[in-house]
Write a protein that binds this ligand. Structure first.
Ligand code: GDP
Ligand code: MG
Length: 164
């Protein structure tokens, strides 16, 4: 049928990783090279049409972001690989937390965003992918700048959501 199922999508967590940019690009196709996307993304909704149903992402909660000053200073100025791997470690601890506390119906997806600038030595793709498989979640390398896998990650989430 043409049933519309609504879900809330929560984007965790580090600051400036591109959460708002992913939403903005997914919904409007735009990429803004500055912070404005956070304000813009907050008011957007988007629907994804699957074969049998339509999924509506009705709210993007990007609250509760941690800021760079909460990281060890070396990660704020250090090489990209250090920052990316520190963020990956933090993402894993969020996954653990969600597995402990959230509804068992939750769909967790990890985005390796800024894939357009991530050079060799950033988070290892195979490692991240097998981590995701082991934890019944998704791992997708994305870029809000080049569009890489932006639709795909939201589509993959939509497909994994519970049917009723
Ligand atoms: P948020 O704090 O996680 O919501 O991050 P933003 O969406 O505000 O993005 C932070 C900064 O990173 C902004 O200057 C964006 O333009 C930039 N940015 C976001 N996504 C990407 C990306 O995929 N590639 C590149 N090169 N820059 C990005
Ligand atoms: Mg934001």
């Amino acid at each position: 049928g043409n049933e519309v199922r609504q879900f809330k999508l929560v984007l965790l967590r580090e600051s400036a990783v591109g959460k708002s940019s992913l939403v903005l690009h997914f919904v409007t196709g735009q990429f803004l090279g500055f912070q404005e996307s956070t304000i813009r993304a907050a008011f957007l909704t988007q629907t994804v049409c699957l074969d049998d149903t339509t999924v509506k992402f009705e709210r993007w909660d990007t609250a509760g972001q941690e800021h760079c000053h909460s990281l060890a200073p070396m990660y704020c100025t250090g090489p990209w690989a250090d920052i990316a791997n520190e963020f990956f470690a933090r993402a894993k601890s969020w996954v653990k937390e969600l597995q402990r506390q959230a509804s068992p119906n939750i769909v967790i997806a990890l985005s390796g965003n800024k894939a357009d600038i991530a050079s060799k030595g950033a988070v290892d793709f195979q490692e991240a992918q097998s981590y995701a498989v082991d934890n019944s979640s998704l791992f997708v390398e994305t870029s809000a700048k080049t569009s890489m896998n932006v639709n795909e990650i939201f589509m993959a989430i939509a497909k994994k959501l519970p049917k009723n």
